[in-house]
Design a protein around this ligand. Sequence first.
Ligand code: SF4
Length: 226
Amino acid sequence: MTTTLLLNRCHYPVTALGPGVRAGIWVQGCTIACPGCVAVDTWAATPEAAVGVDAVMGWLSTLDGPVDGVTISGGEPFQQPQAVGALIREIRDWAGPGRLDVLVYSGYSLSRLRSRTHLSALVDLCDAVVTGPYVRARPDGGWLRGSSNQVLTPLTALGRERYGAESVEATRSGEPEAPLKAPRMQVSVEGGRVRMIGVPRRGDLDRAAEELRRAGIEIEGASWWS
Ligand code: SF4
């Protein structure tokens, strides 16, 4: 029987959450509840959001275009480590070695993830992780990070090549630069809903809403208005 994953959504192509052209997978369920989170629609861990890992792989393996990497966000991927681990192993089997990188977001610190054996094992499956809660009171975090306390940690040779820092300390002291032309945000329209993908700077989403309002488009039910 296939492992099931609480899934919020999948999207392709994603260009604002890591290098290259990527597949984005957002899981459903997060109890961390950071004030100011832009994804409050992913907080509830609803059983009806469960899908088989094989269904996600079916989507991924039939994408019509290049897949340089997969970004798994949420929601909190480390609150369903068995399912996310099964998914990453399937991705590795499908892609083969070194072809794509896997970047995973977590609201937990890396030291907390490393202190629990089953979570540390999931970290070891990733090429890079962005860890730490979103803290609204902190400044913007730079490429791929919403607040400056969050840390981008490459974990493999491919991760170091693509995410540009040798260690957690290097990431903290030497701000990794986004690849040229990598957008901070992208917009997609899916099923009548407008999706903002990426890591916005402070006020970006409210400024975008204001611009749309001026253009006569009113936003209702935005996920960042908690
Ligand atoms: S920012 Fe991430 S960890 Fe924090 S509440 Fe939102 S989904 Fe959860």
